[in-house]
Write a protein that binds this ligand. Sequence first.
Ligand SMILES: [Zn+2]
Length: 505
Amino acid sequence: MTDSNLEFKTDPNKKSRADSKADSKTHSKTDTRIQSSKLPKKEDFSEWYHELLMTAEVVDNRYPVKGMCVWFPFGFAIRKNVYGIIRELLDPDHQETQFPLLIPENEFMKEAQHIKGFEDEVYWVTSGGTSPLDVKLALRPTSETAIYPMFKLWIRSHADLPLRIYQIVNTFRYETKHTRPLIRVREITSFKEAHTAHATWEDAAAQVETAIERYSEFYRRLAVPFLVSRRPAWDKFPGADYTIALDVVMPDGRTLQAGTAHHLGSTFARTYEITYEAENGEQKLISQTCYGISERCIAALVSVHGDERGLVLPWEVAPTQVVIVPILLGDKEKVLEVSRNLLEKLEAACVRARLDTSDERPGAKFYKWEMKGVPIRLEVGPRDIEKGVVTLARRDGVKKAVPLKDLLTAIACEANELQAVLYERAKQFRDGKIKEVTSIDEAIEQTEGGVALVPWCGNEECGHELEDRVAANILGEPQGQSFPEAACAVCGRVSTGRTYMARQY
Ligand SMILES: [Zn+2]
């Protein structure tokens, strides 16, 4: 799979590593200049990640504003499929909507805690043409202060509750740290933010649990395992009562916060005077939640499954699910005819299939479609046709001959199997990266390339000391698990408390 004259639209200055690894086999008289090659090793995660996003054409980071990337059409097709799952999971009881990008300063500045959390990251629009604006406008860093003044107008009585809306929009944050495509950006292009309003605090708490369940289902469908924890008080969303977060363990052992759900209590309701008339006629403050997922979900998807040959995409989100590669030897017309029939059959079964009839060598085609993460490749050659079979190659390396007559069943079966293999492999990787420790020294060692589970009494001072001495972040208390008593790694007090610690993206 190395003989190719493929030209990916990557950085023109980038040197091809291919020449040294060239497979000198030539399948024709054509002069095949070998350019295809493996990506950097996945152990060199940062380099691998950047090259993969460019070579597989997910996002292009050459746009001339720091921290702002362009989705390649192929990457955007992945995004559409991934966000299609989110919509499918939310639509039964949420309504999709869209609010303006600009938020007037007076509304934005109303909620003091919230503002404090975002003040260093906000972009401001200060003039319209050449005239300075009377009221400055913020580019939303998140939309609470855009949405809640409208909630005040929309919510009248208990009959209007619960109210659940969401939007998928871009938001802006002036990141001063090192930016990284899809992970730390100044324009978050694909922020799915849901906002809900409820009659009671308990109803809102139940909604936070529902949100985490939906997100868990979402990541299961991406075959991406995660950790769920309750963020410590000093790391919760500005203005929230509490925050539950999903973190994905990345290939280098650092964690990526890949989804959060916040119980907002009545903090914003008080600020924006959002009340409803209860059944007894009394005016009451609503309770609220908000929860979000950004394109970090795609960073996680790409990073967890990808390998040195490119993307590995689960069936459900792959823009191309099956590629047919005709092996044009012998009776070429026959091979093409069988291939075209196959394509029709797959398309009729609603499979996103492609027939690659380009002039490239089969090896080059294999390389190209592997880079794109296509779950299943079908090779159609004259000898296979004689035997009534095609060769089915799964992106995880499994290869077998499949009878043409059973092909659709076989594909469905292999797609499920691939999903199961990817998920299992990813779970093993995650579990291998988590270790229970008992002391600060062990926590330091473990967080160098993984996640430490540390005994912590829950005291805030101990928490800050842990973060300082371990030089890693407290992700928080694991949810849905219980632990035996152990001595706090800082003060020695015995409790059943634990926290995950990791270096975070
Ligand atoms: Zn302690």
